[in-house]
Design a protein around this ligand. Structure first.
Ligand SMILES: NC(=O)c1ccc[n+]([C@@H]2O[C@H](COP(=O)([O-])OP(=O)(O)OC[C@H]3O[C@@H](n4cnc5c(N)ncnc54)[C@H](O)[C@@H]3O)[C@@H](O)[C@H]2O)c1
Length: 321
């Protein structure tokens, strides 16, 4: 039987999921809702779905087994909890919100309901990340360095700190999440953010366009994540792990491992968005929860660290997680 899928928020990312889901077996996109009704109607037509007048109507339609939540960060209202109470499985795009209290409440509702839940931490699904995880399992990581550089995304909400959370919450969250996945939990963060040119693009922008966060992991490893949205000529993201007897990096979709016995470079052979969506659908069909590599709780834990970095940048102090 096909898993019937509904979408709330059908902008760029939702459309990408829909195109990806067309490559997955046993899926039918049945329902969409977006506050922009013209956009919802256009997407509904394109994918043969029904456009609903409200999120509630979509959830109550009886036509949705699995919900994709793809609204911008500021528009997360805990709709996942309502879906879960109706027995609807949920994939919530990253970041799963901006209000930690609400996100923890949603997390509890999802756990209590027993539905399958997933998040948008797609990089976890790369084959090379599984290899990195296996390699690092018995290593003593001393230091981590990560970055995400690129141009400013087009949606206006992205430039407003209170709407997007800023680049670490919204974008470099992928790198931070990989660090949690591969090297363990964060202990404390200290961040510095600045607006260097963003006000020339949009005088009302409140988001920073350069930022860096230093951190200590629970293991004792120290590290840094640097982000900029000014770098319109490059698009780069990486996480590097340093130990006294090894080096491992994931730059884009390429893994490099160097130690006394090897110096190997390997490109990922998987399409990570496809693997992520396939895993979610298969977990629903088979009940095999372990196929989901980053559930809502994992996304909540990653969000908590990124929001702590914002708090640190605003207060100019270190913040404990
Ligand atoms: N995993 C990834 O690699 C990845 C990549 C891009 C975006 N995303 C995430 O996907 C989410 C959406 O990003 P996007 O690029 O598609 O943004 P977008 O601006 O293109 O689309 C957002 C859509 O949500 C709609 N919307 C806004 N408020 C709403 C509400 N209250 N109810 C219903 N619809 C509402 C808007 O009308 C718009 O159509 C963000 O959380 C973003 O971080 C993830």
């Amino acid at each position: 039987m096909a898993v019937r899928v509904g979408f709330i928020g059908v902008g760029g990312m939702a459309e990408h999921h829909m195109k990806t889901l067309q490559k997955v077996e046993h899926v039918q996109i049945t329902s969409v809702y977006d506050i922009n009704q013209a956009r919802a109607a256009e997407v509904a037509k394109q994918f043969g779905a029904v456009s609903y007048a409200g999120a509630e109507e979509l959830l109550q339609s009886g036509q949705v087994d699995a919900l994709f939540v793809c609204t911008p960060p500021f528009a997360r209202t805990g709709i996942e909890a309502e879906a879960a109470r109706l027995g609807i499985h949920v994939l919530s795009e990253k970041p799963v919100g901006l209000d930690m209290e609400q996100v923890r409440e949603t997390e509890r509702a999802l756990a209590d309901s027993g539905v399958i839940h997933s998040s948008g931490y797609c990089l976890r699904y790369m084959d090379i990340v599984a290899k990195a995880k296996a390699y690092l399992a018995d290593k003593d990581i001393a230091m981590v360095m990560a970055y995400r550089f690129g141009g400013m995304p087009a949606p206006r909400w992205w430039r407003m700190l209170e709407q997007s959370g800023g680049q670490l919450v919204e974008q470099s969250t992928h790198q931070l999440d990989l660090i949690r996945y591969l090297a363990g939990e964060f202990q404390e963060v200290q961040a510095i953010h600045a607006q260097r040119h963003v006000l020339e693009i949009d005088p009302e922008a409140t988001a920073y366009d350069v930022g860096t966060v230093s951190f200590v992991l629970k293991s004792g490893a120290v590290g840094n994540i640097t982000s900029t949205s000014l770098a319109k000529y490059v698009g780069r993201g990486a996480v590097e792990f340093y130990g006294h007897n090894f080096f491992l990096s994931i730059e884009g979709t390429t893994l490099r491992i160097k130690d006394d016995h090897q110096d190997t470079t390997e490109k990922s052979a998987t399409e990570y968005y496809l693997e992520q969506d396939k895993a979610f659908i298969e977990a629903i069909r088979t009940g095999r929860r372990e196929l989901v590599l980053g559930d809502y709780s994992e996304a909540a834990a990653t969000l908590e660290v990124t929001l702590a970095a914002n708090e640190s940048a605003a207060a100019g102090t270190r913040v404990q997680i």
